[in-house]
Design a protein around this ligand. Structure first.
Ligand code: 13P
Ligand code: SF4
Length: 308
């Protein structure tokens, strides 16, 4: 059987099981193309949280990484939330624990804690409000100006927010390996090779990379920008998976990855076979202990209210 036939067969079985279990499949844009193709919704972290909060499906199959499925379990505690590859984590989310954060809060007791959604449920429970890359500037701007802000864990996103809002924050020293790997020289080289192209980068990139960009936005924001902008060529500074929706939605345009190194192994760990097995076994399930969930949900709900 060819790989194409296998994909077709598995996709067919997944669709059948999905109907049987009244399940919804959510996929991040960094997922493998064949996984994105079986999803009911493909989007960025914000869009995926909104879908998880609003769905009436009984089962959510989350094709992404652990913190995303955990956010779905926090927002929809009565649903079964499946993460087809349970070891798909986010190294940046692991760069801060709830103990680290509570120590930091003791140092600045009057601070408002804004946590990037790329954090554990326990860190969200210790935070006042969550944010994603799509609404981070808006979320920080919603904090009263006289309050100090502790921002965790992404130093690059933190730096970008400070630049956009002109507001100082106490920023944790975390970062995403995949985005931090992109260097200013990579962008300059790509620009030399494609002089007519616009540079679109994610705010998880280093400040010197962000400074070279024509547009800085979340993954969904990048797709919207490429669709609406008249330019025909774009250099893309985020994880490689985004090329699939970009090329599908803008077939007449050209997209070049700013660096071939921009692959997140955790995002690629979910395969169609694992999605199929998750639906057959209704496992691996992601759950959040009620005492953590009750506090974490406030951070996510405040974020969703700011994003409306
Ligand atoms: P967005 O989905 O907010 O664009 O963030 C990208 C990311 O790195 C998710 O892990
Ligand atoms: Fe985490 Fe970066 Fe992978 Fe996103 S791309 S899941 S932030 S390691």
């Amino acid at each position: 059987m060819t790989e194409r036939d296998q994909i077709q067969e598995l996709s067919f079985e997944i669709k059948k099981l999905k109907q049987e279990h009244k399940a919804i499949i959510l996929s991040h844009v960094y997922q493998r193309p064949e996984v994105q193709d079986v999803a009911d919704f493909v989007g960025d972290s914000l869009g995926l949280s909104q879908q998880a909060a609003g769905t009436d499906a009984g089962v959510i199959v989350f094709c992404g990484v652990h913190f995303m499925a955990e956010s779905a379990a926090i927002l929809s505690p009565d649903k079964i939330v499946l993460l087809p590859e349970e070891n798909a984590g986010c190294p940046m989310a692991d760069m801060i624990t709830e103990i680290d954060l509570s120590r930091k809060k003791e140092e600045v007791p009057d601070a408002t804690v804004v946590c990037y959604v790329n954090t554990s449920a326990a860190v969200k429970a210790e935070s006042d409000i969550a944010c994603t890359s799509a609404n981070a500037v808006k979320v920080v701007a919603s904090v009263p100006p006289e309050r100090p802000v502790i921002f965790v864990p992404d130093k690059n996103l933190g730096h970008y927010i400070m630049k956009k809002t002109g507001r100082e924050m106490i920023v944790w020293d975390g970062y995403c390996h995949t985005h931090h790997r992109l260097m200013a020289e990579d962008v300059l080289k790509a620009r030399e090779k494609h002089p007519g192209a616009l540079v679109l980068v994610h705010p998880e990139c280093r400040p010197e990379v962000v400074d070279l960009a024509d547009e800085v936005s979340s993954t969904t924001g990048m797709i919207r920008f490429a669709r609406e902008n008249r330019a025909k060529e774009f250099i893309i500074g985020t994880e490689a998976g985004i090329l699939y929706p970009l090329r599908r939605q803008c077939p007449e345009k050209r997209f070049y990855l700013a660096s071939e190194k921009m692959i997140c192994p955790n995002m690629k760990a979910t395969t169609l076979e694992k999605v199929y097995r998750a639906l057959v076994n209704l496992a691996p399930r992601i759950t959040v202990p009620p005492e953590i969930r009750e506090r974490a949900v406030r951070s996510l709900e405040r974020m969703l209210a700011v994003s409306r």
